[in-house]
Design a protein around this ligand. Structure first.
Ligand SMILES: Cc1ncc(COP(=O)(O)O)c(C=O)c1O
Length: 398
């Protein structure tokens, strides 16, 4: 009776089960919800959701012009110029992915996604009848994006007669924090333009880049639109959940860029998809300018927390034999290399059982081998420090 787009089994994994069975409290080093992490949200951000204009329903499938202008202004504050006419609003970046998959893919097509990376893409692609194929990030260069490895994967799929609907970049990547540099980006554009494949660049962590990468690409859609050599069809994704630490407010956006002719073809089609849902609420749109401004102050606190927690982690763990703490390059997480003496799944279950600390195993994010742990850097300081001390004692005893 039910669609095969859904997973065959909805049973929780062993870690989720272990967490739900617990009666003892534990320190959650997987915390990814900023609204419960002790940040100070400006009072005015809730007022922004109750403006009188919010009572009027006058939908625009691309999003209200004033709201799209607010997104364009927030890009402009970061030094990126883009017209509001190239922006489409959605309720979240996850929804934006699903709209782009509808725009670009036919059932059975492949979406190329990075490994390791954020695991939600399997579900989002599966729900559109698409399959996910992975391209490896270059592990010898701290999980950098390699255009050459992506082109190889595209070539292998083409040989099997598979259509690739889109290549996804996660820039900076979750959880490795790595971003694509300008040369790799140009090479990647060469590879996809030749084969008429669109690029989707997930930039939800745009405001959390910690290493100065003068040659790093920040907003791929804007980069692909530069000058007379503008080419390809590139979509950049962003959203309030990370940019403003407000996942509960529900706003995301798509910025289209690349060849003007392709963008002109794509936008009315994307508008048609968006018109079928009209999903972003009016109050968030009429308040978006203020929400983005308030969000800048939240993002600043998140950045400070993430940097401070990463220092705590490095200070405690990097001296341990066989343990490596990856440098902080982007995002809200840290990746730890740990000795592969027992499988990752057993390791995290045992850490929870013996030390009352929850972390994610690397295989959740498709690391190609074991053992990695992924630690969220969002936890308030005291709790984070305590969690890391327990993790240190646990790893010492391995
Ligand atoms: C890389 C990445 N993309 C997208 C999302 C989804 O964000 P949203 O809340 O806008 O759907 C997340 C959430 O963690 C993420 O890590």
């Amino acid at each position: 009776m039910f669609s095969s787009r859904l997973p065959a089994s909805l049973s929780p994994n062993r870690l989720t089960e272990a967490v739900s069975r617990r009666s003892r409290p534990f320190i959650d080093l997987t915390l990814s919800n900023p609204t419960v992490a002790g940040f100070a949200y400006p009072d005015r951000y809730l007022d922004a959701l109750a403006r009188p204009e919010a009572a009027l329903y006058a939908p625009d499938p691309r999003g209200l012009l004033s709201a799209r202008e607010a997104v364009a202004e927030s890009y402009s504050r970061k030094g990126i110029e883009c017209p509001s006419s190239r922006i489409v609003l959605s309720a979240s970046s996850s929804e934006a992915y699903s709209w782009l998959f509808k725009l670009l893919g036919n059932p059975g097509d492949a979406i190329l996604v990075p490994a390791p990376s954020y695991p939600l893409l399997d579900a989002l692609a599966g729900l559109e009848g698409l399959t996910v194929n992975r391209y490896p990030l270059d592990r010898s260069h701290r999980w950098a994006v390699s255009a050459h490895l992506i082109a190889e994967e595209i070539g292998a799929l083409a040989q099997r007669g598979r259509r690739v609907a889109a290549v996804v970049l996660v820039n900076p990547n979750n959880p490795t924090g790595t971003s694509i540099d300008a040369d790799e980006f140009e090479e990647l554009l060469d590879a996809v333009v030749d084969r008429d494949i669109a690029l989707i660049s997930d930039e939800v962590f745009l405001d959390y880049r910690f290493e100065s990468q003068p040659r790093g690409v920040r907003v791929a859609a804007a980069q692909a639109s530069l000058g007379p050599a503008a080419r390809g069809l590139v979509f950049s994704l962003g959203g309030l959940s990370k940019a403003a630490g407000m996942p509960q407010v529900k706003a995301g956006w798509i910025l289209a860029g690349g060849s003007p002719a392709l963008v002109e073809e794509a936008l009315p089609r994307l508008e048609w998809v968006a018109d079928s849902f009209l999903s972003i609420g009016t109050p968030v749109q009429t308040g978006l300018r203020e929400l983005l401004l308030s969000g800048d102050t939240v993002a600043r606190q998140i950045r400070d927390r993430v940097i401070a927690n990463h220092e705590i982690l490095e200070g405690s763990l990097s001296g341990l034999a066989g343990v490596g703490v990856a440098p902080l390059t982007g995002g809200w997480s840290a990746c730890l290399r740990v000795p592969a003496v027992i499988p990752e799944e057993e390791l995290v279950l045992s850490l929870l059982e013996k030390a009352d600390v929850l972390v994610h195993p690397g295989f959740f994010f498709d690391f190609p081998f074991e053992a990695f742990l992924v630690v969220s850097l969002l936890c308030p300081d005291g709790e984070f420090r305590e969690g890391v001390e327990r993790l240190e004692r646990f790893l010492e005893a391995l």
